[in-house]
Structures are given as C-alpha cells and as structure tokens.
Design a protein around this ligand. Structure first.
Ligand SMILES: [Zn+2]
Length: 302
C-alpha cells in the first residue's frame, strides 16, 4: 500500500493507493498552514487513521508546496512560510517511523496525470497548476525531471512572454521580481485584472460565473487571461515541445475554453501546425496526493 500526503491544499489531504492504483481510503485534516509541529502531528495521525482502518502499513510520499534544498536538505521556495527552512523529511521520518519521500506539488500532480490520468498516453508531459499559485512539472516517459536545483518547471516565476510595457511594469512578486507569470495566471492575478477593468474586487469563481452569464467585463477579462496563458504555453512549446499539457488547479475547469486556448497557443508557438494535446486534469484535487503516493513504486517493501 502506498500513502500520499498533500500539504499544498487548503487542508491536509491523505489517500492510500492499492498496487493497482485504486484508492483504498481518504482522510482530511486541518489546513496545512498551521503551526509546524501541529502539521507534523496531523499528518502522523491521518496516516495512522488510514493504516488502522485498513489494518496494514504503507509507504509514505508527501506533496510539498516548495522544494527540498540539495544543499541543506531543508524546505525552500514554499508559499507556506511555516515550512520554509524546516527539516521536513527527517521530522516526518521520526514521527512516522519510516523513510518518507517528498516531491514538489506540481511534480506530484504531473506524475499522477502522466501515470494514469489525462496525460497517460503522453511521452513528454507538462503538468500546469493554475490556482492560488502557478506551478508546473515536467515528466518524460512518466519520470519527473527535478533538475539540479530542484526547480525544473518553476515557470510561475519566469516573466510573462511577449509582455507589453504595462504588463512588465505591473506587479511585484513575492520572489522579488516584477512581472512574474504567477502574478497574472494565479487566482489573485485574475482578480487583480478584473479589478483593474471594473474597479471591483470579487472572487475568481464569481468572475468565471459572470463570464458564463455573458457579462462583458468578465468575458474580456477571461479572454485576456487565456491570451496570457497561451503565450506561456507557446513559449513552453518552443522550449521543450511537450506532446501533452495537462492543466489542474482551481482555474483549470471554469476559466479555460480548451478549444480557443489551443488556437491561441498555435498562434504563439513557432510551428506551422500544433499537434500538442492540451487537456484538463483527470484526477482534479486528488492529483497531488496521488502523485505523492507514486513517489514510491507499487508493491514497495517497508
Ligand atoms: Zn515571482
């Protein structure tokens, strides 16, 4: 049995996979943005609850919003400040009494989608998460590329491609740069764009609902969002030319029209025709925990 823990969600999500990939059980706990010690206790008790209910022990993989520094072994690049600098792998190994594997959340999402999700037929796959943040992972033949600095796929902190003067001067990012892709394609980025257009600050869900009801400002805002996303995917296509791009996160379903997005990407990519598949995720919110479980091979011995 393989257990996957997702620390990236609003609440900690844990699931157990059978060797055939079916979900045996799920548990959910407190928000991951709690005090660090409390998070360790919550993960340990959720894993214990699953193992108690199923009567067997499992391997544990963790989906982390951030990366583990190769230099220090500690968490870096996390949007959860409680995790930065933490010795997460050793602390969880101690409380769970076993080795723990940790993967970046976008990498875990990509691994799950490339293994048995919407990108299962893909060879070179990019998984893109569009939600509270913007992250991506790259998998080749179902193997995630981590990179020597553990940041492969961190395109949220590249600058928006083919940006105009207004876009490049626009927003300062928490990473210290200005004009990062995340500042345009995250939920907060969409909300900011809508406020710039209308003066009102509403949720991303309200914007997508208003667009579906043919509200002109909301539709224009989503068209602008789609064009920016197309520039990112066009630029990505020029760089690694994936055969499949799978999109997850809270904006993946309602904010994107996959037909028009594909045509827009074709305009930006340097090719006479675009054969790339661009699809929404199959596993939805469960993808990161599922991919975390998959950090261990099926039928691993503890
Ligand atoms: Zn940034």
């Amino acid at each position: 049995m393989r257990i996957g823990v997702d620390l990236a969600a609003g609440e900690i999500a844990v699931l157990a996979l059978a060797d055939d990939g079916s979900v045996l059980r799920r548990e959910r706990g407190l928000a991951a943005a709690i005090r660090y010690e409390e998070m360790l206790e919550t993960v340990t008790s959720l894993v214990g609850a699953i193992e108690g209910a199923l009567g067997t022990k499992g391997t544990v993989g963790v989906s982390l919003p951030g990366a583990i520094s190769a230099k220090t072994g500690r968490v870096k690049n996390s949007n959860n400040a409680n995790l930065i600098g933490a010795d997460l792998r050793n602390d969880l190994a101690r409380t769970l009494r076993r080795d723990v594997r940790i993967g970046n959340d976008a990498n875990c999402f990509t691994l799950a989608e490339a293994s048995d999700g919407a990108a299962a037929s893909g060879v070179v796959v990019v998984g893109l998460i569009l939600g509270g943040g913007v992250g991506a992972g790259i998998a080749i033949e179902r193997r995630v590329i981590e990179g020597v600095n553990a940041i492969a796929g961190e395109l949220g902190h590249n600058s928006l491609p083919w940006s105009n003067d207004e876009e490049s001067a626009r927003v300062r990012c928490y990473c210290g740069k200005t004009g990062c892709i995340e500042q345009f394609l995250s939920t907060a980025g969409l909300q900011r764009a809508y406020k710039a257009r209308t003066g009102s600050y509403v949720s991303a869900d309200e914007i997508t609902r208003a667009s579906a009801a043919r509200h002109a400002d909301a539709s224009a805002c989503l068209a602008e969002y789609e064009d920016r996303l197309a520039r990112v995917l066009g630029s990505l296509t020029n760089l690694i030319d994936p055969d499949t791009v799978v999109i997850g996160g809270s904006l993946a379903r309602n904010a994107i029209d996959y037909g028009t997005l594909r045509s827009a990407v074709a305009r930006y990519a340097f090719t006479d025709r675009l054969d790339t598949k661009i699809v929404p995720s199959a596993h939805g919110d469960a993808g990161a925990a599922r991919g975390a479980a998959m950090l261990w091979p099926a039928a691993s011995n503890l």
